[in-house]
Design a protein around this ligand. Structure first.
Ligand code: ADP
Length: 263
């Protein structure tokens, strides 16, 4: 009986070992598929603006350059393509840093109201171009001190506001609010009355390169990485991000941050 139970124990160990190995292989395969898909997406994203730039340059070289007005127009369009390439590469760079294991957050206390006000000022022109008015609904008197990586949280607010301007209704409104909630947290909301997002898309919005409408996103200069960057940053802070949206009515993106106790 001693030997039988030893063999039983040994065979359980072997079984457990085999299961762990199988799981490791599955994980590796998943990661490999993910990597392949990502590379495919990246090259596809880069191809479109590259071909645009090439098209304009070739047309110029074929003779369009002799007409001053046309060459000016084509050079401007080629430059738009280059700007898109730069935006994509910048976002890719950011995402690769965020995904590397050594993402170090530079956490410090800062006034969230001041930060939002600063982003508003930077985006004022962009909002004006689409005739969108930006409102900041401050429920509280200055300041609200939170703890986080200022630069990265600024990126989050910028990305959410830029989206609300891009996908907001022309002549519409974007509203940002900061609310204190339980457990020393604040909830920051970015609300627009734009096109909204159908339920079936909402769960996938935070995936890299996921867009509801490819051509609309590209035409607006989007890399398709904005919300995945936002999610990464919020999760690195161990905080949460939410989306509520009604198709045709508008969207609300919100996230939590840790508040300094005395504020
Ligand atoms: P993009 O560069 O395409 O804007 P994002 O990751 O920032 O990439 O957003 C992903 C997609 O989510 C967008 O292409 C758009 O379809 C949708 N989306 C994001 N924000 C909004 C919003 N405020 N209103 C409507 N749709 C939005």
């Amino acid at each position: 009986t001693v030997i039988t139970s030893d063999i039983d124990a040994l065979s359980r160990e072997v079984q457990k070992f085999a299961e762990i190995k199988q799981q490791q292989i599955t994980n590796l395969n998943q990661r490999e598929n993910y990597r392949r898909e990502f590379l495919g997406n990246v090259s596809h994203e880069l191809k479109t603006p590259l071909f645009t730039v090439q098209g304009y340059l070739l047309t110029l070289a074929d003779g369009a350059i002799d007409d001053k007005n046309i060459s000016k127009k084509y050079l401007k369009r080629a430059n738009k393509g280059v700007e898109r390439l730069i935006a994509i590469v910048k976002d890719l760079d950011l995402i690769s840093k965020l995904e590397s294991a050594d993402l170090s957050l530079n956490k410090e206390p800062f006034n969230i109201l001041e930060l939002i006000q600063g982003v508003f000022e930077l985006l004022e022109m962009k909002a004006k171009k689409r005739n969108i008015s930006l409102h900041f609904n401050k429920h509280y008197v200055y300041p609200i001190m939170v703890i986080g990586d200022v630069e990265k949280i600024e990126q989050v607010i910028t990305n959410l506001l830029v989206n609300s301007i891009k996908y907001g209704k022309k002549g519409g409104t974007t509203m940002v609010s900061v609310e204190k909630i339980i457990n020393n947290k604040v909830l920051i909301k970015v609300i627009d009355n734009g096109e909204g997002i159908k339920k079936e898309h909402q769960a996938r919005l935070f995936e890299r390169f996921y867009r509801v409408d490819q051509s609309r996103s590209r035409e607006q200069g989007g890399s398709g990485l904005g919300l995945s960057i936002v999610k990464h940053i919020i999760e690195a802070h161990n905080e949460q991000i939410f989306v509520k949206s009604e198709y045709g009515k508008g969207s609300e993106f919100s996230f939590t941050l840790e508040k300094l106790k005395e504020f």
